[in-house]
Design a protein around this ligand. Structure first.
Ligand SMILES: Nc1ncnc2c1ncn2[C@@H]1O[C@H](COP(=O)(O)OP(=O)(O)OP(=O)(O)O)[C@@H](O)[C@H]1O
Ligand SMILES: [Ca+2]
Ligand SMILES: [Ca+2]
Length: 590
């Protein structure tokens, strides 16, 4: 028979996610003739994903199914022959093994749910209120994750008596390592700190007793984005996808400005408030989130395999990693398949690191060029070249037929800092580059400049930046030290910056370099620089302009940077200068 949808796989143990095994390839390859016939039949019969090979286990995707689980439990019984490109539709994603390796003790699998483990000296008191049971009446379960389960609950008394809320119950028995405990502490701290965004689940309070931590928040009754994607056969129209992306980008841009990186963005972690078609979407589950300072790189590998960014696997990442995950979500919304897919975790990682997503197969050829460009710019493997969430909101695909309010972008402050520390020669080169920007590229910069509220002469100083940040600040900014970062912009205390200079300062060379038209930009900028800025320069002077250490063999390194005919900067030197060089990067290039 071979159609594995006829018999559900054994129910996985949701409380034990440490046994995530590599799925073996099928041992007995099937007769190819039989294979294509069955594929054809299945495609006809299946009500799911009519445009792609049907899911081998689509009963898994029904919320009502007892077996709604990561694919790992099913794919052992899933012959590979049912998977053909484009990849299978999305399914609940499992966390990557590294998450569990640090959060679950090896013997936890043997501990029955609800039973206390040897604490081993672990401090499981959180300092939360203890009176959960007297305040709330707990109702039916509405969802379940690897760490806890979520129930409806009602206020028992007071002004809000009878009001529905959601309570995420996290059993203390499951917190068997210091990292797992720290995750819960941080989840509550972040939820408490991040207040006031309409696309973020509203947190009310946290409680604890001997057995559990209870996180009380607003109840979202519209279900997960993943279920909506699946119910729609895995594909959104461009306009519907845009409406979802705008909300996701808005809340993520907000988190990033506050210095919070979510680290587990996936369709399961976005809930609709209600069943209405135009219901707002809310980000939930900050269980793997962290604070990140503007200059900091994180290194722990966390997240869910299909959505994890390449730089997370390389253990050096920041907020850009969330944007990658949004790229994966947008790819899924638009075509119904995952961009990086394999049967094993290591296979997925290989795809994330090395493979380019497919944009050649249906439905991509029939989608707009802007939509493809948008997704590609989120899925750039180099985080420096990837758009930020605020930039993505300024992308022509999102902007078309939408009145978008672009939020303040933390990237601007990082670029301003680098600019303020640059040599006059590099500043001149950046100024030339900024003059080549197109109307589309200038849109984002205009929006950002306006958010800094320039004075009537059209210029800004440090105070404008401080005020703009204050306006948007939540408690989270304290933890992520965004304000300390402003000290690096001190030079702006004594002078003002007009829009022209702001463009030079806030242009990301790396991002421009990712565009097809980069060569044109650079050539054009070089011509401008030739007219106004290029001058004869000695290698030693150039080295000192660049702040190179005496250990760099400047004559060997900078030889081609200077045009031999007139001693001025060559095109190569100009491009290198735009990027900004350090002794370290030059030493590496040697
Ligand atoms: N505020 C809410 N309103 C309604 N349902 C919710 C709410 N918060 C969570 N849920 C449901 O509970 C599920 C589990 O919640 P959550 O994702 O926070 O748990 P988790 O244990 O951290 O999950 P994961 O395994 O993804 O890490 C969600 O997928 C969702 O279906
Ligand atoms: Ca979740
Ligand atoms: Ca979680």
């Amino acid at each position: 028979m071979g159609i594995c949808v006829s018999k559900p796989p054994p129910e996985p143990n949701l409380s034990n996610h440490i046994e995530i095994q590599e799925n073996p390839e099928p041992k007995n390859p099937e007769n190819p003739a039989k294979k294509s016939r069955e594929d054809g039949e299945l495609a006809k019969k299946s009500p799911f994903f009519p445009f792609y090979s049907p899911s081998p286990a689509h009963f898994l995707f029904s919320k009502k199914s007892p077996a709604r689980s990561p694919l790992n439990s099913s794919s052992n019984s899933t012959p590979k022959r049912f998977f053909k490109r484009p990849f299978p539709p999305p399914s609940p994603a499992k966390h990557i093994k590294a998450v569990w390796a640090r959060r679950v003790k090896p013997n936890e699998a043997a501990i029955p749910e609800g039973e206390e483990v040897e604490g081993g000296g672990l401090d499981k008191s959180f300092g939360f209120s203890k009176n959960f049971a007297s305040k709330y009446e707990v109702g039916e379960e509405v969802g379940r994750g690897h760490f806890g389960y979520t129930c409806k609950a009602k206020f028992k008394k007071g002004d809000s008596k009878g009001k529905d809320v959601a309570v995420k119950v996290i059993p203390k028995a499951k917190m068997t390592t210091a990292i797992a405990i720290e995750d819960v502490r941080r989840e509550v701290k972040i939820l408490r700190a991040l207040t006031g965004h309409s696309n973020l689940v509203q947190f009310y309070d946290a409680y604890e007793d001997h057995e559990n931590v209870y996180v009380v928040m607003e109840l979202c009754e519209g279900g997960e984005l993943l279920d909506k994607i699946l119910a729609r056969g895995g594909k959104y129209t461009e306009d519907d996808a845009k409406a979802v992306m705008i909300q996701i980008l808005n809340v993520v841009a907000f988190c990033h400005l506050q210095g919070v990186v979510h680290r587990d963005l996936k369709p399961e972690n976005f809930l609709f408030m209600s069943k209405d078609e135009d219901s707002p979407l809310k980000a939930i589950d900050f269980g793997l989130s962290d604070f990140v300072k503007p200059d900091e790189r994180l290194n722990d590998i966390v997240g869910s395999a299909y959505y994890v960014a390449p730089e997370v696997l390389h253990r050096s990442y920041s907020t850009e990693a969330d944007v990658w995950s949004i790229g994966v979500i947008s790819y899924i919304l638009l075509c119904g398949s995952r961009p990086f897919w394999a049967r094993t975790e290591s296979g997925i990682f290989r795809a994330v690191l090395k493979a380019d997503p497919i944009f050649e197969e249906p439905p991509w050829p029939s989608l707009s060029a802007e939509a493809k460009d948008f997704v590609k710019r989120l899925l750039n493997k180099d985080p420096r070249k990837r758009m930020t969430a605020a930039q993505a909101l300024s992308h022509p695909w999102i902007r078309s037929n939408n009145d978008i309010k672009v939020p303040l972008d933390i990237l601007i402050f990082k670029l301003l800092k680098a600019y303020m520390r640059s040599s006059p020669l590099r500043k001149a080169a950046l100024r030339a580059l900024s003059k080549t920007l197109t109307v589309d590229e200038l849109f984002y910069l205009k929006e950002q400049f306006a958010l800094l509220e320039p004075n009537k002469n059209g210029s800004i100083c440090l105070d404008n930046i401080k005020q703009a940040l204050m306006k948007n600040a939540t408690e989270a900014m304290k933890e992520s030290r965004v304000h300390d970062f402003l000290a690096s912009l001190n030079a702006l205390q004594y002078r003002r910056m007009d829009f022209e200079e702001f463009c030079a300062a806030a242009t990301s060379v790396h991002q421009l370099e990712a565009l097809d038209r980069w060569e044109q930009h650079a050539r054009c900028a070089y011509e401008l620089f030739e007219k106004d800025g290029n001058r004869a320069i000695m290698i030693e002077e150039l080295a000192s302009e660049l702040g190179l250490s005496p250990s760099v063999p400047v004559h060997a390194v900078l030889h081609d940077w200077i045009r031999h005919t007139d001693g001025k900067l060559s095109f190569l030197g100009f491009v290198k200068l735009l990027h900004g060089v350090s002794s370290r990067s030059l030493a590496k290039a040697q």
